[in-house]
Design a protein around this ligand. Sequence first.
Ligand code: AMP
Length: 572
Amino acid sequence: MSDTGTSGDGGTSEGSFDDLGLRPELLTALSALGYEEPTPIQREAIPPLVAGRDLLGQAATGTGKTAAFALPVLQRLDADRRTSAPSALVLVPTRELAVQVSEALHRYGRELAARVLPVYGGAPIVRQLRSLESGVDVVVATPGRALDLVGRGALKLGEVATVVLDEADEMLDMGFAEDLEAILEETPEKRQTVLFSATMPRRLDSLARRHLNDPVRISLGRERTEPGEAPRVRQTAYVVPRAAKPAALGRILDVEAPTAAIVFCRTREEVDTLTETLNGRGYRAEALHGGMSQEQRDRVMGRLRAGTADLLVATDVAARGLDIDQLTHVVNYDVPSAPEAYVHRIGRVGRAGREGVAITLAEPREHRQLKTIERVAGAPITVEKVPTVADLRARRLELTRAALRETLLEEDLDRFRVVVETLTDEFDVFEVALAAVKLAHEAGGATDDDEEIPQVGFRPDRPDRPDRTDRAGRPTNRPADGRGAGRGGRSSGGPVARLFVGAGRDAGIRPGDLVGAITGETELGGRDIGSIEIHQRFALVEVPESAADDVVRALRATMIKGRKATVRRDRP
Ligand code: AMP
């Protein structure tokens, strides 16, 4: 093992936050949050945004895109300006995202005392009216509620200097196109407009052409690594809600039983918290991050070398240049912010013909980011279920069996013979063996008080719609999921497979039934599904080639409109 070349300052190296032209209050906040370096999207987007340029960015959740637009928005706030009308408006598709983005703005803008208000459908409007009246700097809103508040004269957009459209493809998919147009109409023409989207369907291009002025274009995840660059490593992802991550990680480590593993986290805080949690759960984990002194880092490496620790919890910056011989597993505690970071991380295992394992914990909304990584890394990432308590117990028994077998093969057991012999006067030899196995098993630390971890899948691409109201606060009657509208723009744009489903109009099948079955039973979202043709006795549906076999399997195993149907690839 060598730790030469570990760059440890984490704050002043080339490409750090210091180089992006951000004001000191923001740098202080970022450092307090433990962000060691900007993600690729932040590195590319922040300087032009700070300079006032419009921007069209293709980036999914998990890339750090929120900070990429939030920091420049905060940077451009005029500290002395305390009028009541907002100077920035961020539009997002869902209420969850509204809350998430405004929390991020709060965190980054703490030193600037930025006033940030999330407004979204389904929450009492009176409170939002009152907050708007008392004055805000940044409003984060779902389009329906924003328009409602504009209609009531409560949200005044005449002083908005920056508009951000976040997850713009989702907003269009959810039928917000007209609302977006109407809102942009209310803002000054000489504003900065920023559009982030995970995909760039044609409809979005035309929106961008009309509302963005000579934008900087940024696209992540297009780069290709050279064939063979990604090492041969077993790559697995588990879908885990954030709150269940520590327990899930513990479970996976128990089942995988790595010789030595490195667990990557995004921030110093996360490294410290996770190390503490893992140690509390009985693992021998050591933290390594840029906030530690060289001496502390040397001590950590010493403990790893001596084998008194077997898990290293680290940030990318701190782990740079580390080469750990006995490493068998790399764990991404979060989906890395860029595919290149993933490829780089997993390159630490699977060297010199040894088997390596890369494990990624993805949150239900990080599906797309994982798909991009899979494409760039050029190797499939298998999504598996978090091992259940039953899986874990089976695995522990397997480990006990293996340990016993080794003892039987290698050790001289004669001195224990007298114990077995005296017991066999009273018990069957098989029973004696069972008791000995129980003792060995329990001595290995196995307990039966494990918690069950919730099993979840990736969230469909189309998130739940927020409650929609018209300008008078009445519920609108748009289709609940936009599926009734033309289904023109599939999201991924890759190769497509056509599937034959042996049930059609005669069986009462409608496109929505197929979309429902596919999104309900597979990882695909509504936008991944291409054209659907319903014929008298059969239907044809287009899905991404990469998911076709999964869809066939899943549809065969499920009922469509209450019946089993033949499902296969359509013959060309
Ligand atoms: P987003 O893609 O905006 O949803 O961000 C994904 C996650 O990355 C959030 O939890 C952020 O707090 C975190 N994050 C964003 N930028 C950085 C950074 N430069 N360093 C570490 N974590 C970050």
